[in-house]
Design a protein around this ligand. Sequence first.
Ligand code: FAD
Length: 544
Amino acid sequence: MTKPTPEYLLTEIAAEVADQLIPADVEEASKGQRGKQSQNLPFSLFVKTVEQAPIAISITDKKANILYINDAFTSVTGYKASEILGMNESKLSDKSTPRQVYYDLWHTISRKKVWHGQLVNRKKQGQRYLADLTIAPMLNEKGDISHFIGMHRDVTQTHNAEQLVTNQKQLIESVINASPVAMVVLDEKKKVVLDNQMYKMLISELDKNEPALFFLDALEPDMGDLWNDSDRKRGFANYEVRVEGVGRRGTRWFSCSGNWFTESDSCADNFFVKQSRDYLLLSINDISLQRRQQEHMQIQALRTVLAEEEHIRSIRETLLGAMHQICQPLNQINAAIQIMAQRNEVSNKPLQDLLGQVQLMGAETLKTLQNCVPEIPETAVVPVNVNQLLHEVMLLYSNKFLANGIIVDWLPNPVLPSILGSANKLRMSFKQLIDNCVNAMNRAGSHERMIKIITAVDNDWVNVSIADTGPGIPQNQRNKVFEPFFTTHGMGEVQAGMGLVMVKEIVTQHNGMIGIDPNYQKGCCVNLSFPVCPKNITSVNGYE
Ligand code: FAD
């Protein structure tokens, strides 16, 4: 028997295959259509189609022995028809493809299904390549498999490129995940599109569903809406957010930085007309450890500063008290001189002159005393966090609280916007108010000894309330306590009645408000309010 030529074989097979070019498992659905289509086309066109198709095509018998290959097959594998016809497709196998792949392949095609997958092939010259292979069974008129058609491409380069991208992506992901800084990428709808391990940890630690939104809300009072502020799209660095009372860790500090980047939209609709989207990479760095160390050192320095200020304040109070005392007899002398002047009696003239001299000397003494009153030093007016200041004062007082058996109920707002102010002066005011609480409870010998400190935000105001469980201030005295030298207890005690005057003066300098809460029953509660710092302000030279 003479061996059939490849051309003869193709014609023979093509006659059979042409009618079956559509894979067996979709045969039924398209039977009607296919019959009509092939009738209208010349048979030789099907042969040419297979021959010239730009994909490696091979036609085999049921055992994968190759009966036909097209030109593209030669281009891809390096085998000419004369070298491979009659051989099994396994000639192409590199043997590094797992057995399971071949098992699946045969399991599928034996059941008259199309198999598609990737396997490693070897070219005639020995180079390995990755083949993206589709095998479809061809059925005869009885519905039995008569041949297989295999179509494959060399996808090594595409695979390498994909692998490179995947490797780079994995590398970037591992670097990002290994970062000790929480990172999150948000799209224009503030939806998280990417995050790292540290960010995921923040979700549980802060007990917030989406910490990114929490931090953006916290930054908004200082920075405005980042998405609608084109200036902000240049990015920002190291904005500090203080978060109160989170879990067992207490107060935590985070430094937030944002970087914007634009990415082309990968959607098919925008393949020709390029569209881009803005994304925000938000980095959240937990700086609590550094801040706690800083705070520890700061507290030592603060102790000295506050002691000095306290000293100045007591000198001021003493001198102002003395001036207040001198003013009373001077006013009376002045009144006596006026009366004598009106009566114009000659006998009173020497006394009138004497009183005049006393008045003059008194005025000079007052002037001298006035010049001796030391000024409370002005400090820089900058955005300050009231939670931070109160926290520092409480740290300074921790020993005093312990010594006096006082429990402090600290209920800060988790995040507070900054207010514009002098940190020292505000600290002094809070210290004075807490002093008042301790003294009042000690004086009254209160059984329950608690100081409750609350901070809150209400629109554009930061509210602070400092309450104690002492005797309270009678209703008729609540306004008077802000007057100079008024005290609710007897004269001759240590306090001169200037503390609340100083607090009110400082609050007023900060454009704030102060008052005694009329509804508080358990003791005394002082409410303070400060306007939130206007956006984008970092410091000012003085008060408005
Ligand atoms: P083989 O001994 O050939 O077979 C391995 C396993 O495959 C067997 O254990 C068995 O489970 C199954 N198997 C083999 N032959 C049959 C059969 N006739 N019926 C049922 N199960 C069977 N392989 C490639 O490596 N590269 C290719 O490009 C490629 N193209 C192919 C194109 C077509 C159209 C067909 C039908 C097969 C193709 N194959 C290809 C598969 C190839 O025939 C071999 O099965 C494979 O190369 C493994 O060869 P082997 O010698 O290692 O193992």
